[in-house]
Design a protein around this ligand. Structure first.
Ligand SMILES: Nc1ncnc2c1ncn2[C@@H]1O[C@H](COP(=O)(O)OP(=O)(O)O)[C@@H](O)[C@H]1O
Ligand SMILES: [Mg+2]
Length: 249
C-alpha cells in the first residue's frame, strides 16, 4: 500500500467526525471515497493532507510512519491535495503556478537566475502528459476554464513529485465536457503509476474511473468494495444506510 491509516479518530469538541477509520490506497489505484453530507469525507482527507492532526491513530506513507503537522509536511511526503476551491494564484500565469515555490534557477556569473526556458519546457511537458490544452501558458490562470485550472493544479502536483493525489469533488462545479476532461486526467494519472483518492457525489463518475470504493457513514469507514464487483445500487444502499436494521423500540 502506498498509503495506510489505522484507527484514526478526529474530534471537534463533543463531535466525533472520524471514529476509528481505517483507510488505504494501493500504488496506481484510484480509490473513490463516498458518503452522505457530514459523513466525514473532507475531515478524512484533511487528516491525510496535514490540514488536521488526528486525535488518535497512525498514518503510513510508502511504508514509513508519518506525523503531518502541516499541509507542507504532506506535500513533501508526496501527498498533494486538490481542493474544490483550487489553491492556484489567479493573477499568475501557468508556468508560475506550476513552479510556485520550487522555481528552477541556474547560476550566471555566480548569481542564481530563474531558468525561465527550463520551466516553460517542463510546463509544456506536463501539460502534454495530461493532455491539457492551454493555448497560451502566459495567460492568467483566473481567465481559464474549470477543467483547465484542474489541469494546471494537477501539473503542479506532478511537478512537486506527488505520488498520491487527493481530489475533493473535482467535477462538482464543471460543465459536462469539462467533467470528461477531469475524469481523463484521473485515468492518465493512474496510467503513470500515481494513486488517486477521488471524493465524488457522482456515482456514475465513481464507477467510471475508480478501482475501489470506500464508503463512509457517520464518521466510520463502513465498507470497501472493488468497483468491478459491486453495483451503484449496493453503493447507494451503503451510503444511505438502507442495509441497517432499525433498532427495536
Ligand atoms: N472544523 C470543524 N469544526 C467542527 N465540526 C466540523 C469541522 N469540520 C467538519 N465538522 C463536522 O464533522 C462532520 C463531518 O464533516 P465533513 O468531514 O465535512 O463531512 P463530508 O465532507 O463527508 O460532508 C460534520 O458533522 C461536520 O459538521
Ligand atoms: Mg466534504
Amino acid at each position: 500500500m502506498v498509503f495506510k491509516m489505522k484507527g484514526i479518530v478526529k474530534r471537534f469538541g463533543g463531535l466525533t467526525a472520524l471514529d476509528h477509520v481505517d483507510f488505504e490506497v494501493a500504488a496506481g489505484e484510484v480509490m473513490a471515497l463516498v458518503g452522505d453530507n457530514g459523513a466525514g469525507k473532507s475531515t478524512l482527507i484533511k487528516t491525510m493532507s496535514g490540514a488536521h492532526l488526528p486525535d488518535e491513530g497512525t498514518i503510513e506513507m510508502e511504508g514509513r510512519k508519518v506525523n503531518f503537522r502541516s499541509p507542507q509536511d504532506a506535500w513533501s511526503n508526496g501527498i498533494a491535495t486538490i481542493y474544490q476551491e483550487l489553491a492556484l494564484a489567479g493573477k499568475m500565469n501557468v508556468v508560475d503556478n506550476v513552479f510556485l515555490g520550487r522555481e528552477i534557477r541556474k547560476p550566471l556569473l555566480g548569481i542564481p537566475f530563474l531558468d525561465t526556458s527550463a520551466m516553460r519546457k517542463r510546463t509544456h511537458e506536463l501539460l502534454r502528459q495530461l493532455d491539457v490544452h492551454i493555448p497560451n501558458i502566459d495567460s492568467w490562470v483566473e481567465s481559464m476554464s474549470g477543467g483547465q485550472r484542474q489541469g494546471v493544479a494537477i501539473a503542479r502536483a506532478l511537478n512537486m513529485d506527488a505520488r498520491l493525489i487527493i481530489m475533493d469533488e473535482p467535477t462538482a462545479a464543471l460543465a459536462v465536457a469539462e467533467v470528461r476532461k477531469v475524469l481523463d486526467f484521473i485515468v492518465r494519472l493512474r496510467a503513470s503509476g500515481k494513486s488517486v483518492v477521488l471524493i465524488s457525489h457522482n456515482i456514475q463518475d465513481v464507477f467510471e474511473v475508480s478501482d475501489r470504493i470506500s464508503v463512509m457513514r457517520h464518521g466510520r469507514c463502513i465498507a470497501v468494495r472493488e468497483t468491478k464487483k459491486t453495483t451503484p445500487q449496493e453503493i447507494i444502499g451503503l451510503i444511505t444506510g438502507a442495509h441497517e436494521v432499525p433498532a427495536a423500540a
